[in-house]
Write a protein that binds this ligand. Sequence first.
Ligand SMILES: NC(=O)c1ccc[n+]([C@@H]2O[C@H](COP(=O)([O-])OP(=O)(O)OC[C@H]3O[C@@H](n4cnc5c(N)ncnc54)[C@H](OP(=O)(O)O)[C@@H]3O)[C@@H](O)[C@H]2O)c1
Length: 180
Amino acid sequence: MKQIVNVSKNWAIGKKGQLLALIPEDMKFFRRKTSGKVCVMGSTTLESFPGMAPLQGRVNIVLIDDPAKIRPESLRAAQAEKEAGRSTELIYVHSVPEALLKIEEYVPDDVYVIGGATIYRLLLPYCDTCYVTHNDIDDPDADTFYPDLLKTGEWARTETGEEQEQNGIRFRFCTYTRIR
Ligand SMILES: NC(=O)c1ccc[n+]([C@@H]2O[C@H](COP(=O)([O-])OP(=O)(O)OC[C@H]3O[C@@H](n4cnc5c(N)ncnc54)[C@H](OP(=O)(O)O)[C@@H]3O)[C@@H](O)[C@H]2O)c1
């Protein structure tokens, strides 16, 4: 299983429940990698999507502690997808062991952990590849962080993309691979 994340300076990934950076080229990369695949996320990340709707054309596995917190907006959006004949699925799980059991039903290479911070950390031990888009935003109000993979001693940066720039934000696509 893999992780896919967009990080700013100091490995910051969010602020007040939202992303720090919207980079169209990175969103395209995310869509290309995850379309038709399985996306594993926390309930906060699902709720941050427009209309709290699951990602179209993907299996959305969502971790939520308390079933009472499931949002009707998300269920309605998933139902609408089904009625439209699209292959979008929304599956709730309530613990990491339950998430891992569900994930076992799919080809490991097709499974992407897409956030947020809590779920990235909980599932990192089960992942072997992380697609990290590094950007140069330095936001002092960032309140959510991804682990600095190089400091863990368990990961190496195995691919470093060319620096690109969009909307005044500089970024590069990198791949980290588990070494231990
Ligand atoms: N930069 C990026 O690439 C990127 C990607 C994704 C998200 N983000 C950012 O990350 C932030 C959200 O991160 P977050 O850590 O607050 O939220 P999160 O990881 O998306 O979701 C946390 C929620 O997941 C559920 N959960 C956590 N542990 C669980 C467990 N062991 N079993 C069952 N359910 C569990 C709980 O839901 P309940 O409390 O509802 O039960 C918890 O509140 C936002 O700012 C978002 O924009 C950034």
